[in-house]
Design a binder for this molecule. Structure first.
Ligand code: SF4
Length: 445
């Protein structure tokens, strides 16, 4: 009996915001697919549209609300999920016609709502879902979420208030997922969480077994085990606690990528204290020096906030001095803005908008110079890169070296590739022949 002539309902899906949100989207899509829905990337052909929102900063809130509005105009049947779902009144006020609202990680609620509004025929044709799930990211790299929630109480952040305390995934679960992804052809794993250094604290580092070995649920064991997969492993959102030192030798030995994404946010001890940042009393410059000594190839990415309430001119200058000295490779910077519900809103001495703007520009100018100098040093080197995309018409391939994380860092553009048969997900060697403040150009060797 063939069931292919049954109508397969189509769900339009829009995923906004951070990489963490992408992971949630993938879970929802996997479930919808296995329930027999088809997922489409546009509004027109869809029977219903799911918007996975982000509410981390006010700019993201605006983008989310706009996208919901757009989906309502283009399609009309809209479900909202994700971080912004926490602010139901706000959504209902602007868009009273949405069919349903759920919050971050409420996978089942979203899927249920889809079933309710677009029921699926009992024996509908059901596509087989690959065991590794549906990936929104290109197949050759994947985000691997190791925990949910956060035990910190940074004053500018509301994540813990809606995602709750840290809940780590047991090590054997994480490793099995990583193994499946690698078997499915993933060449690069991006380890994400809210606080990667805290991994396993809540589980008292409980042990689990994988491939015949025992590992504890903790950062070092995770890094060690993942290195056995023989693919690129990149760690994000690491805080500079002392035990981070233990994974640096793994980087030096080439077992995991020599890449640390540490959101420092500021350099002034007083501001860090006002921010209530984890590891706020760590001597950051000392740590950076020590790590670079252990692993000269180490690339450090970070993000900062300028114009935090109470930030004085002197404290801002101290931040610039820190940048000059730390010479971080990749840096993002945000102007402080109030987030509804965050305690930092109530701190005294808010920095005026125009001063924030000025500081942001100054900060970026200083860092641009540093990044450019560091990238110049790559010219002439031969590096292994992973190809993300090939455009035969433009005769160009977009790739990344081990120093460049997808979506946030720069790229390595490779020219003259027409007859080379390159494919996304392939590793090749290139010689870096040019660089600007952000990206490099390479030629195949
Ligand atoms: S570490 Fe701080 S900024 Fe990050 S999620 Fe936790 S509370 Fe928010």
């Amino acid at each position: 009996m063939t069931t292919h002539h049954h109508y397969v309902p189509k769900v339009g899906f829009v995923s906004l915001g951070c990489p963490k949100n992408l992971v949630d989207s993938e879970r929802i899509l996997t479930k919808l697919r296995s329930d027999g829905y088809e997922v489409v990337p546009n509004y027109e052909g869809a029977d219903i549209v799911v918007v996975n929102t982000c509410g981390f900063i006010n700019a993201a809130v605006t983008e989310s609300l706009e996208t919901i509005g757009e989906a309502l105009v283009e399609n009309g049947k809209v479900l909202v999920t994700g971080c912004l779902g926490k602010q139901k009144e706000l959504i209902m006020e602007e868009h009273p016609n949405v069919l349903g609202i759920s919050g971050a990680h409420e996978y089942e609620a979203v899927v249920e709502a889809v079933h309710k509004h677009v029921p699926i025929a009992h024996d509908a044709y059901s596509a087989l879902v690959p065991e590794q799930g549906i990936k929104l990211t290109p197949r050759h790299f994947a985000y691997l979420k190791i925990s949910e929630g956060c035990n910190n109480t940074c004053t500018f952040c509301i994540i813990p208030s809606f995602r709750g305390k840290l809940v780590s995934r047991p090590i054997e679960k994480v490793l099995r997922e990583a193994e499946r992804l690698a078997q499915a052809g993933v060449k690069e794993l991006l380890i994400i969480s809210q606080d990667t250094s805290a991994y396993g604290v809540d589980l008292k580092y409980q042990a689990g077994s994988w491939q015949g070995e025992i590992y504890q649920t903790r950062l070092f064991d995770l890094a060690t085990a993942l290195s056995r997969l023989g693919i690129w492993v990149r760690f994000h959102y690491v805080y500079p606690y002392p035990h981070v030192d233990k994974i640096i030798p793994l980087m030096a030995e080439g077992k995991i990528l020599p890449y640390l994404d540490i959101p420092f946010q500021h350099a002034s001890p007083r501001i860090l204290k006002l921010m209530k940042r984890p590891a706020k009393s760590a001597n950051t410059l000392e740590s950076i020096k020590r790590w670079r000594k252990m692993c000269p190839e180490l690339i450090i990415r970070s993000t900062f906030i300028v114009g935090f309430p109470g930030e004085t001119e002197a404290e801002f200058e101290a931040l610039l001095d820190f940048l000059e000295e730390a010479k971080l490779n990749r840096v993002g910077c945000f102007m402080y803005s109030d987030v509804d519900g965050a305690r930092a809103n109530d701190l005294p001495d808010a920095v005026p908008e125009e001063v924030k703007q000025e500081r942001l520009e100054k900060f970026m100018a200083v860092q641009e110079q540093i990044s450019a100098e560091l990238l110049q040093q790559r010219i002439g080197l031969v590096q292994k890169v992973l190809i993300d995309m090939v455009d035969i018409e433009e005769d160009i391939a977009i790739a990344r070296s081990q120093y460049d994380a997808p979506e946030v860092d720069g790229i390595v553009a490779i020219e003259n590739i027409k007859d080379k048969g390159l494919k996304a997900g392939q590793f090749v060697e290139v010689r870096i022949i040019d660089a600007d403040g952000h990206d490099c150009v390479g030629e195949l060797v």
